[in-house]
Design a protein around this ligand. Structure first.
Ligand SMILES: Cc1cc2nc3c(=O)[nH]c(=O)nc-3n(C[C@H](O)[C@H](O)[C@H](O)COP(=O)(O)O)c2cc1C
Length: 221
């Protein structure tokens, strides 16, 4: 009995221990950019080839905030949301050397507090690219941003129609990421073709979180 208990403790320490409690406080977002909104809209394109060049923590902070950060009354976010129910979550898949000063891993963005929580250690880009119908170009990007949805947050109020609302909201998040990346001198890809179950499994996502969009981000070649 004692040995069984010991084995469970060793297992937990090995597989979850290194991620427990690791948080990264992000930088305050900047409200001034180098590009006009019009220029960012005009320049936006889906990019599928990236330089091997790290992002800075301030670029990462800005992308997280643009995606789903809090903008007003301490609650409302950068995107519109039916009933302000905010069914999405944002995850960052950070590659080895992908962001200066940040260990590779999968991080959950927590808008209240503007911080990242480590949920999985190690570089998961290759496994994500493979789960995306082997679109191996994705793993050239130093980071990938995953948008998930928890449907019950909206279907509780709106029934089946909530599904449509959640998808519309995710589109807003994706466009914010595209435009913010342009303004930072970065580029994005966007991927909807992947095996949902595989992505959930390899990224250890909570049971009710469905992956919707994966956006590789970096400097275009
Ligand atoms: C929901 C959605 C899913 C997409 N999935 C993929 C994908 O899996 N792989 C890919 O290379 N491009 C994907 N794209 C990108 C489109 O191919 C691209 O947006 C389109 O060719 C228009 O080009 P542009 O974005 O450069 O204007 C997707 C775009 C959207 C909106």
């Amino acid at each position: 009995m004692f040995y069984k208990f010991l084995l469970v403790i060793i297992f937990i320490t090995l597989f979850w221990g290194e991620t427990m409690g690791v948080e990264i406080k992000l930088e305050k977002p900047s409200l001034k950019g180098k590009l006009s909104v019009e220029e960012a809209i005009k320049d936006r394109q889906t990019i599928r080839s990236f330089k091997d060049k790290a992002l800075s923590i301030s670029q990462l902070s800005q992308l997280a905030w643009a995606a789903y950060g809090i903008t007003h009354k301490g609650f409302y976010k950068t995107v519109p949301s039916a009933g302000a129910l905010y069914p999405s979550d944002i995850f960052f898949i950070i590659g080895k050397g992908g962001v200066k000063g940040i260990e590779p891993g999968v991080y959950h963005y927590i808008p209240e507090g503007h911080l990242l929580k480590l949920i999985l250690s190690r570089d998961k880009r290759e496994i994500v690219a493979r789960a995306s119908l082997s679109q191996m170009w994705m793993m050239e990007a130093p980071i990938m941003i995953l948008i998930t949805v928890e449907y019950r947050r909206v279907t509780r109020k709106y029934g089946e129609r909530g599904i449509r609302y959640a998808h519309i909201e995710a589109g807003h998040i994706g466009q914010n990421i595209f435009l913010q990346a342009e303004s930072l001198g970065l580029s994005c890809g966007i991927v909807g073709a992947f095996y949902d179950d595989k992505i959930k499994e390899v990224l250890n996502l909570p049971k009710n979180f469905e992956p919707l969009i994966i956006m590789p981000v970096g400097y275009k070649k």
